[in-house]
Design a binder for this molecule. Structure first.
Ligand code: UDP
Ligand code: MG
Length: 310
């Protein structure tokens, strides 16, 4: 008998825990036909609602249900990592708790994995309906930007919902970086990924846990984690401004010698100084971002702390 580990990061998802379990169980007959049993791992990311007690209730009813509970909210990326580390299955699936990643797609994902002999089957939403337009707009800009800047391909609309083989999971775990951006890591490890597409499904209950600024920070994480292009851009700006300054110096000297220009040009001086200091601060900010990430990385802090395990 083989095992399929299902990892579910949960942050205040008490009302969805059982619904998701029920939906998953509907797929159990398909998998038992293929001699596969479930191992369901709920990773509680420091929830303050009844998520933990709901999972405990399920675990009391079904020995295939497991719980990892964090000591506080460490973020979805940490929850994914903890779940992958805990998973013992021959196959591992990763899905959200809010039923936006339909468990009914699992059989098709499994069949694709076997048929195509690949190591990972990912999912993409082809539409973003139901999502606030402003969020979709920034999401698209983000994918465009990061793919311009990074050699690692980040697929637009790709969800974290995917099915992986053991060796794919091991490869993902071998990247033990603190600042994690899973969408990039899944692509970076290579192997072959097949994509299944589906229409966006709205979250069943509760509200999204991602505010605009949380998403913005996540986007910055992705860019800094998978590209050093902003640093090159800062250096490029530096070169451009050096050339401009040189031209300006020559023009000023020539003007002085030829026209004997008296002390004029105070407004232009102010403009130039403020522009250049702005550019300097901007570039320092870029370097600062990389420095901050490096600082967090060299501290080697654990990505998460487990409070309870079941
Ligand atoms: N999540 C998490 N930790 C967080 C935020 C979210 O584990 O700090 C989980 C959340 O419970 C859900 C999944 O990550 O299972 C996706 O979150 P959400 O549905 O809020 O994001 P969206 O679908 O709106 O992008
Ligand atoms: Mg969701």
């Amino acid at each position: 008998m083989k095992t399929l580990s299902v990892i579910i990061p949960c942050y205040n998802e008490g009302e969805n825990v059982r619904d998701l379990y029920n939906e998953l169980m509907k797929q159990a007959p398909f998998f038992s036909e293929h001699d596969i049993q479930f191992e369901i791992i709920y990773v509680d990311d420091g929830s303050s609602d009844d998520t933990v007690s709901e999972v405990r209730k399920l675990a009391a009813e079904d020995a295939h249900v497991h719980l990892l509970s964090f000591s506080r909210n460490f973020g979805k990326e940490a929850a994914i990592y903890a779940g992958l580390r805990r998973a013992s299955g021959d196959y591992t699936a990763l899905m959200d708790c809010d039923l936006q990643d339909p468990p009914s797609l699992l059989p098709e994902m499994y069949e694709t994995l076997i048929r195509e002999k690949c190591d990972s089957v990912g999912t993409r939403r082809v539409s973003r309906k139901g999502e606030p337009p402003i969020r979709s707009f920034f999401a698209r800009r983000f994918y465009h930007l990061i793919n311009l800047m990074s050699k690692t391909e980040i697929v637009d609309g790709a969800r974290d919902y995917r099915l992986m083989t053991k060796r794919f999971v091991d490869a993902v775990l071998s990247l033990a970086e603190y600042n994690r951006f899973s969408k990039g890591i899944f692509s970076w490890v290579g192997f072959e990924t097949k994509w299944l597409e589906y229409e966006n499904i709205e979250r069943r209950k509760g509200e999204t846990k991602w505010s605009f600024w949380k998403l913005f920070a996540y986007a910055v994480e992705g860019i800094i984690g998978f590209s050093t292009a902003p640093l090159s851009f800062a250096a490029f700006l530096g070169v451009i401004f050096c050339i401009l300054a040189l031209i300006l110096i020559i023009v000023t000297i020539v003007r002085k010698i030829v026209f004997g220009d008296p002390t004029s040009g105070w407004p232009s001086l102010v403009c130039i100084i403020s522009l250049i200091s702005g550019v300097q601060l901007f570039c320092m900010g870029i370097i600062g971002q990389y420095l901050a990430k490096t600082y967090m990385e060299v501290k080697h802090r654990p990505m998460f702390i487990i409070k309870d395990e079941l």
